[in-house]
Design a protein around this ligand. Structure first.
Ligand code: ADP
Ligand code: ADP
Length: 240
């Protein structure tokens, strides 16, 4: 599904060029569940951002279902990005809006000011948004404002919002970093369920090695921008 070939990312900084990714190549088949581990600064976020088209690598190519995403027009890139779900460490929800509005917002892709007046959402949008809230056990909170929720509930709203896009690929950048261990496991369980039940491809950055070992099918490690390990949890445990 994803073919990464020779991807390098060089940032221009005050101290000169800095290479955050070095000649990274990897194939990720449809339905895989990949955890990316590595120290802070190893290039994990940079790699994820190249996968969702937020960052165009300085070198190399990335194909997603045959689409060369490093060579898209602005418009095509926008369309591609709508097909990828992204879950952030800081949830990135619109806190003054309701839970349901945030999930609907995920389907629309932008925040309408006069949603009610214009009737922007279809019946199907509502159906899908509500179905996703049910998947993460938040149906009773549908009308609550996001800023009244706990951190764990907020991350579940963020997952429902990403799922409401009906993404072909789900990327998550440290989704459990701001959550306690119990809630972190819950987030991982939800992602694993979508992976297993829907065959959804999941790629997740995670610094908690125990969670990566327990939930991911495949683990890759970055060190100073280089891909230094690619294998199963069992293989990684052997290596350590
Ligand atoms: P990780 O997610 O593994 O912590 P990052 O991908 O965020 O690592 O960052 C890798 C390295 O690239 C870090 O040294 C970071 O400071 C640097 N970096 C990331 N983004 C930029 C940027 N936009 N400009 C300059 N340097 C950057
Ligand atoms: P994380 O490691 O959690 O991904 P970072 O602090 O590395 O977070 O990066 C947060 C944001 O700051 C990212 O958008 C990244 O591109 C940017 N960034 C990181 N390092 C630099 C840097 N040295 N110069 C400019 N932007 C940077």
């Amino acid at each position: 599904m994803i073919e990464v070939r020779g991807v390098s990312q060089v940032f221009q900084t005050k101290n000169g060029p800095f290479q955050a990714l070095k000649d990274v190549s990897i194939d990720i088949p449809k339905g895989d569940f990949v955890a990316i581990i590595g120290r802070s600064g190893a290039g994990k976020s940079t790699f994820l951002r190249t996968l969702n088209g937020l960052l165009i690598p300085t070198e190399g190519s990335i194909k997603v279902e045959g689409l060369e995403i490093t060579r898209l027009s602005k418009r095509e890139l926008q369309k591609y990005r709508r097909s990828v779900g992204f879950i952030f460490q800081q949830f990135n929800l619109v806190t003054r809006l309701s839970v349901l509005d945030n999930v609907l917002h995920g389907r629309l892709g932008y925040l309408p000011t006069w949603r009610g007046l214009l009737g922007l959402y279809t019946e199907r949008d509502y159906q899908i948004a509500r179905a996703q809230l049910e998947q993460v056990d938040l149906t009773p909170k549908e009308s609550a404002r996001v800023d009244s929720l706990s951190g764990g509930q907020m991350q579940r709203v963020a997952i429902a919002r990403a799922m409401a896009q009906e993404p072909r690929l789900m990327l998550a950048d440290e989704p459990a970093a701001n959550l306690d261990p119990v809630l972190s496991e819950e987030v991982m369980r939800i992602l694993k369920r979508f992976n297993e039940q829907l065959g959804m491809t999941v790629v997740i950055n995670i610094h908690a090695l125990d969670l990566a070992l327990e939930y991911a099918r495949r683990i890759i490690a970055f060190k100073k921008g280089e891909l230094v390990f690619d294998g199963t949890a069992a293989e990684l445990t052997d290596e350590l």
